[in-house]
Design a protein around this ligand. Structure first.
Ligand code: FCB
Length: 445
């Protein structure tokens, strides 16, 4: 990184990210009720090795130790999520004070040390009692989310610097309802579209609550976008790419920025058009203070039979992470530029970026040189985006800790800190040292 890099300016926010279900454990402690992921983990064959989130990184108990790691890195911000099934514990909206107190202690810890809390309200842990009434297929879930957002933001107000309503609604809707990979594990495109609409509605209903209760906080949403490239330079594959981008990106982005769903997607799947009530789209397109982009890889796409008309090809090259995802930093620049090219695009953050590797402790050290190079390359890609005029405000590495990687269980390690799940010992990897060094370089400039 050049000494005059825009990333080294003090206004640029560096952070690390986590999510409640992936780290907290303590799934039945202090009044927490089950989430859809607790249920999903119990279904045979859903999660690798039959892993679950009941203990995870034990962060519910070890949070202070973990926040000390964040402080020691010297980053500006910590992005974490609040567990809805801890805070609101039944359909009548009972508020669990123990949960509010738990998160308040963390917010106090962060604010006292000048670390900015970036809070995500929904990182996939829907309370099971809502799933029992239809989950994201039930419009009432959107109102339940707005109530939960109201409760949280009343409690914490501007102690939170930045609220994200949803993390990656594409994953909740498409991995959860179309691909059967995430909870609740359905395979039904019509349901995926309806879930997408109710997720966006939940976001739209929550925005005014957050703004009223936390007038100084930034309010936004986090999207995962992987740019598509044709696997072959044929017209068919190029058209397939356009379909993929419209369904996976524009179905979420366009309603947020323009208040409409992309017509070609709806026309292609007339049976799947979601039920949208008058006024919904106005709520959904209410202005955002930021969009958070979670970027990991690109998709190589080919034309396919079937209603989707496209297929994402597994990456077969050598530059792959332990997830099998291609390492492709240029895609980050491109995606940021694409977002920023929209006249109504708000300022951007990279809210997640990182990679899984087969990290091992050898002689007390985890030498994750590939991750160090990955992070460096993606920071350079972010810098390129800024140089081309993108208003990028910050960058969060995924993740602070190795953690429960959803359907992949604990096998896939994304952390800057290695976690030994037996002893719950945290060990800094070389990537943690590299980030710490970068932060001290910036401070001492
Ligand atoms: C993202 C999720 C995050 C983590 C990373 C690897 O899709 O937001 O929780 O699992 O992928």
């Amino acid at each position: 990184m050049q000494p005059d890099s825009p990333l080294l300016k003090k206004e640029f926010i560096f952070g690390v990210a986590t999510a409640a279900f992936q780290i907290e454990g303590a799934s039945d402690v202090d009044g927490r009720v089950p989430s859809i992921w607790d249920t999903f983990c119990k279904e045979p064959g859903r999660v690798a090795n039959g892993d679950d989130g009941s203990r995870a990184c034990d962060n519910y108990f070890l949070w202070e130790e973990d926040l000390a790691l964040v402080q020691d890195l010297g980053v500006d911000a910590y992005r974490f999520s609040i567990a809805w099934p801890r805070v609101i514990t039944d359909t009548r909206g009972a508020i669990n004070q123990a949960a509010i107190d738990h998160y308040r202690r963390q917010l106090n810890y962060l604010n006292e040390r000048g670390i900015k809390p970036y809070v995500t309200l929904y990182h996939w842990d829907l309370p099971q009692y809502l799933q029992d009434r239809g989950g994201w297929l039930n419009r009432e879930t959107a109102y339940a989310f707005a109530y939960y957002a109201d409760v949280v933001s009343r409690a914490f107000g501007d102690q939170v610097v930045s609220y994200s309503t949803l993390n990656e609604p594409w994953c909740s809707a498409f991995l959860g309802y179309l691909h059967g990979i995430h909870a609740p594990g359905e395979r039904n495109r019509k349901h995926a579209y309806q879930a997408a609409h109710h997720l966006l509605l939940a976001h739209g209903l929550a925005l005014p609550k957050l703004r009223a209760n936390a007038p100084l906080a930034e309010v936004g949403i986090v999207l995962n976008i992987s740019p598509s490239d044709p696997i072959e330079n044929s017209l068919a594959d190029q058209n397939a790419c356009a379909l993929a981008d419209m369904e996976n990106r524009d179905l979420f982005l366009q309603p947020l920025l323009e208040g409409t769903y992309p017509e070609p997607v709806l026309n292609r799947h007339p049976d799947c058009v979601p039920l949208v009530l008058p006024g919904d789209m106005v709520l959904i397109q209410a202005g955002l203070d930021f969009i958070g982009l979670n970027y990991y890889t690109r998709n190589q796409v080919k034309a396919a039979d079937g209603s989707a008309g496209y297929e994402v090809s597994p990456y077969r090259g050598t530059d792959a992470t332990a997830m099998g995802w291609e390492i492709y930093p240029q895609g980050l620049t491109r995606t940021l530029q694409h977002l920023a090219s929209h006249p109504r695009c708000p300022p951007l953050y990279v809210t997640e970026n990182g990679m899984a590797a087969d990290d091992q402790i050898r002689n007390g050290v985890v030498d994750d040189a590939v991750r160090v190079a990955y992070l460096q390359a993606h920071l350079n890609a972010a810098e390129d985006a800024i140089a081309s005029g993108v208003d990028l405000r910050g960058y969060f590495a995924w993740s602070l800790l190795d953690n429960f990687e959803w359907a992949e269980g604990y096998d896939k390690r994304f952390g800057l800190f290695h976690v030994d799940y037996m002893s719950q010992q945290r060990t800094p990897k070389a990537s943690a040292q590299a980030l710490k060094q970068l932060m001290s370089l910036r401070r001492n400039r």
